[in-house]
Design a binder for this molecule. Structure first.
Ligand code: TXA
Ligand code: MG
Length: 349
């Protein structure tokens, strides 16, 4: 299959170009597009056959449900019922933006979208390109991250093509995604809203808005429990090389990381390191380093995270050592992704 390539301006996208992409979506085809979090792989969310294409293009397990993306707040009423006050407050506070709410589904939502659950995940993205495209397509758009299942999510159109060129009908390029980690998923069908996946809206922001938030126990990383957000149970975000994550107080964790780096180099290994600017200054020059930003700029670290994990695709190493950060704010989402990417190979300093 030939993958068509469209390029548009992030703030002021050309309507004629977007309408071509929207036309493909209307025809039941697969179109990857940018959001403020990561690129999504879109298909008509009310068309079973179109949505099925997403699972085959990504190699995604069929029990992992999809988020429906909408263009206007009111569109939620077409898809969900029993919308709690907490849900309304959260949507009011964070839509459009990186928040996905899980609500009781209506019958119009196909089973393939929900993975057979009685709930549906819904998000109104902030990205102008995304909202205009969804609006022009005239239907909710199912869109998981536009990566091959298990790989890091794409934050650029090139990263989408690296995984899915020839498997999807088109990609809309509007440059790099600003946030860089996926949306926060909150189950609003429970009496107290439950955080299922940390993301662009921080736990602190959620609590400041609704007071109490429960945290799904599976976020602690135990695979014993059946996750309510089915996607959280699969290996995820992983680069090709094994990765070890260093957690704990700084600069002690950097000392430990540097020690491991030196040992691995002495063993003749080719070593990668995903680190802060602060730590990069101390790395031996043989290390294939990806500097994700300053420890003082968590937003930068989030924006560079998946690019870092993908940077070893073209420059393979034997092992990657990664510097952890505190779990405040966006740090919670970043550490959640890094723990999964490392397959829970963690050194606690
Ligand atoms: O930022 C994002 O959310 C991106 C962009 C493209 O919008 N999308 C994204 O989709 O990350 P995906 O499919 O990669 O992740 C969706 C997550 C999965 O963990 C999935 O299991 C969960 O949302 N999910 C979907 N429907 C659900 C439901 N009904 N109940 C609980 N979790 C659900
Ligand atoms: Mg994903």
């Amino acid at each position: 299959m030939h993958t068509e390539y469209f390029i548009v301006d992030k703030e002021n996208p050309d309507k004629a170009v977007l309408s071509k992409a929207a036309e493909l979506l209307k025809q039941g085809k697969l179109v990857a597009f940018p959001t403020e979090t990561v690129y999504g792989l879109g298909a008509n969310g009310l068309d079973e056959k179109a949505a099925a294409g997403i699972f085959s293009a990504k190699g995604r397990p069929s029990d992992n449900p999809l988020i429906l993306h909408i263009a206007n707040r009111e569109d939620v009423d077409q898809l969900a019922t029993h919308i709690s006050t907490n849900a309304k407050v959260l949507m009011e506070a964070f839509w459009p933006g990186p928040l996905t709410v899980v609500l009781r589904r209506k019958a119009i939502v196909p089973d393939i979208i929900t993975g057979g659950l009685e709930t549906v995940a819904i998000r109104l993205p902030d990205s102008i390109v995304a909202r205009q495209l969804i609006f022009m397509a005239g239907t909710p758009i199912a869109a998981p991250s536009a990566n091959t299942s298990g790989r890091p999510s794409p934050t650029s159109a090139q990263a989408v093509l690296d995984d899915l060129e020839g498997k999807i009908h088109a990609v809309v390029d509007a440059g790099n995604c600003q946030i860089g980690v996926e949306s926060t998923v909150v189950d609003c069908t429970t009496p107290v809203p439950t955080l299922l996946r940390p993301g662009g809206v921080t736990l602190e922001m959620l609590m400041a808005t609704v007071g109490e938030v429960e945290i799904d126990p599976t976020l602690a990383g135990s695979f014993e429990l059946a996750p309510k957000s089915p996607g959280m149970k699969y290996s995820h975000y992983a680069p090709d090389a094994p990765m070890v994550l260093f957690e704990g107080a700084y600069p002690h964790l950097a000392d430990l990381l540097l020690l491991e780096v030196k040992t691995a180099l002495a063993e003749g290994k080719k070593v990668g390191a995903v680190v802060s600017t602060e730590t990069a200054a101390r790395l031996p020059k043989e290390v294939v380093a990806f500097v994700y930003g300053s420890r003082k700029r968590i937003d930068e670290i989030a924006a560079n995270l998946y690019k870092a994990l993908r940077s070893y695709d073209d420059n393979p190493v034997d092992i990657i050592y990664t510097e952890g950060i505190p779990e405040d704010g966006l740090g919670l989402a970043i550490m959640n992704r890094l723990r999964k990417a490392s397959g829970y190979r963690i050194v606690n300093g």
